[in-house]
Design a protein around this ligand. Structure first.
Ligand code: SER
Length: 320
């Protein structure tokens, strides 16, 4: 973003928001990054810069926050993820879609507003090629979450084509981070496993041992997000959402990696309804369009992710 511009992060207390706010405040200064969440926050979100208690479904409140603070960039991160959305279908559809419409309509009027909206590997489905999934291919999502993300991608592209709204989006793979826990996703096991390995020395996985899914370490995901937002508009050729690859691994493989650091660690498997969701998603992603259009390059592999995760989680537990 340009120096002096203000960003607004909606849903800032979630897994991505926590990391995004801290990175943006380090880069641009706390006062230029407004964190907003439906829940009141204590701690760094409200102490290292401005914080707003804000419901993303309150169109007037969102518009006011943007106008009064002369916001130039909005990151809309509030959403219900795949597993929760299956249990709360209508609430998920309403939150995931209405919040996007509210923002798209505001951006339609304010021509200088840039929007980031996260999509997901959940837009793909059983008929999608599952290995090295291409940018453009069959998308037949079988989850409420995936249906909402695919519809949102099309609406973003429509508002770009029809009204010139500068929307940018990434299909995030499963995200691994130590600052905040994910909640309600199918890829959450890849975060829980590190916590349980340190706390209990064992983990019961809700997916089968050979379930490969695309994943990414949060520092890479945040860097991708900021690189996409900073790219000149003409380089952002895809306005639905960009594939983003990262790493691909199975529960068995991540467990083996953790065992290198915690030899006594053990894993067992008790697959639940999330297995069906995982089985409908890609195993790995082709992100060559992100590489070509705005120079994307992933840095962290499973080994460096595991080393960094365990280091930070041990520090937080005063184990080092
Ligand atoms: N991580 C998300 C989920 O599991 C996918 O985008 O729901």
């Amino acid at each position: 973003m340009s120096k002096g511009d203000t960003s607004l992060i909606l849903g800032s207390a979630g897994q991505i928001g926590t990391d995004l706010v801290s990175t943006l405040r380090e880069l641009n200064g706390g006062s230029k990054v407004i964190a907003a969440d439906v829940k009141e926050q204590t701690g760094f979100l409200s102490e290292s810069g401005p914080f707003l208690k804000l419901d993303v479904l309150d169109a007037t409140a969102v518009a006011d926050a943007i106008t009064k603070n002369n916001v130039k960039e909005v990151y809309l991160l509030a959403a219900l993820l795949s597993a929760t959305a299956e249990q709360k279908m209508k609430a998920a559809w309403r939150l995931n879609m209405d919040s996007l419409f509210i923002l798209l309509d505001i951006a339609k009027e304010k021509k200088d507003l840039k929007i980031f909206w996260p999509s997901s590997i959940a837009v793909f489905g059983p008929s999608t090629p599952r290995v090295h999934t291409p940018q453009f291919c069959v998308k037949d999502p079988s989850t409420v979450y995936g249906i909402s993300k695919l519809a949102g991608e099309h609406w973003g592209e429509y508002y770009f084509n029809k009204f010139g709204v500068d929307i940018r989006s990434i299909r995030y793979p499963g995200l691994i981070s130590y600052k905040a826990l994910p909640g309600g996703g199918t890829t959450d096991y890849a975060v829980d496993i590190y916590h349980q390995a340190l706390d209990k020395g064992s983990y019961t996985c809700f997916l089968k041992e050979d379930t490969a899914l695309p994943m990414m370490y949060m520092p890479d995901a945040i860097r991708a997000t900021l690189e996409l937002m900073d790219a000149p508009a003409h380089e952002v050729k895809i306005r639905s959402s960009y594939n983003l690859g990262g790493i691909s691994f199975t529960p068995e493989e991540i467990a083996a990696e953790i065992k290198k650091h915690i030899p006594e660690f053990s894993i067992n498997y008790a697959p639940d309804f999330r297995q069906d969701i995982a089985d409908s998603w890609p195993k790995s992603i082709d992100d060559s369009r992100a590489q070509e259009d705005w120079g994307w390059k992933c840095k962290y592999d499973l080994s460096s992710t595991s080393i960094d995760m365990l280091k930070h989680l041990k520090e937080a537990r005063h184990m080092v």
